[in-house]
Design a protein around this ligand. Sequence first.
Ligand SMILES: [Mg+2]
Length: 299
Amino acid sequence: MSSSSARAPDSVVADADALARKVAAIRAAGPAKLQVISDFDGTLTRYWYDGSRGQSSHGLLRQGNEEFDAKREALFEHYHPIEINPDIPLLEKAKLMEEWWGKTHGLLIEGGLTQNAIKKSVADAAIAFRDGVVELFEFLEARDIPVLVFSAGLADIIEEVFRQKLHRSFKNIKIVSNRMVFNEEGSLVAFKGKTIHVLNKNEHSLDMAAPVHDSLGDPNGSIDDYSLVKKRTNVLLLGDHIGDLGMSDGLNYENRIAAGFLNTNIEKSLKDYSKAFDIVYLNDASMRGVVELVSDLCP
Ligand SMILES: [Mg+2]
């Protein structure tokens, strides 16, 4: 493993030659061939916030109705152990995850979620982007490199986090996640399209990107020609779980550099992470390493 030797490393690269080859190939093809695919929670956002676990885009939501917040919490207590149980077959688990997401979405509608409750939840939330995220987005925007953010959370919340925490929008960023439909009074009445849950955000993510890219209310611009995204055959993928690697499954890529944030359980997981990702950033790292990496890809 190569890393700066004496001090504790911030990042680990298991196969430096392989990474160097990919960097050279992507650089030679140029920025017009590159796209970035990123997970949201724990990847763009920090794992820790003020010494405790940061909130996820799902976890931060307060419906403004305690009874329904408690009901969603009860669903979490029931289904989360299923989500992390390795002994449940994948197909069965996917069905149960769909059930969980369906019930949660139902409670959000039934309990009367409003756009104002989303704004307030985000304002009160323990959630922050990693340092360097704005630099990364600015660098990519200046070179017209699209960023697709895939999440099994809620697009409307993630977009509100972008609005409140970044204070600006980026025309090259697109959120692919579960999208809400509000009525004229600003109350949630439905969800759009197919449910994206933890187990299918991977397989279908790129195909699900198509119908949402022209939706309204996205503070970031739309990616004008979706087919162009598919023509960008070099990928920088950012994730914090090995399962995030599946986000590029819908794409017939030529070169992929996968960068992983290993936020917790480092000793236990480093071996698997350094096999799965070309580069692993340790200890809830900043985004600066990725900024350096893209500077290498697009000098
Ligand atoms: Mg994540």
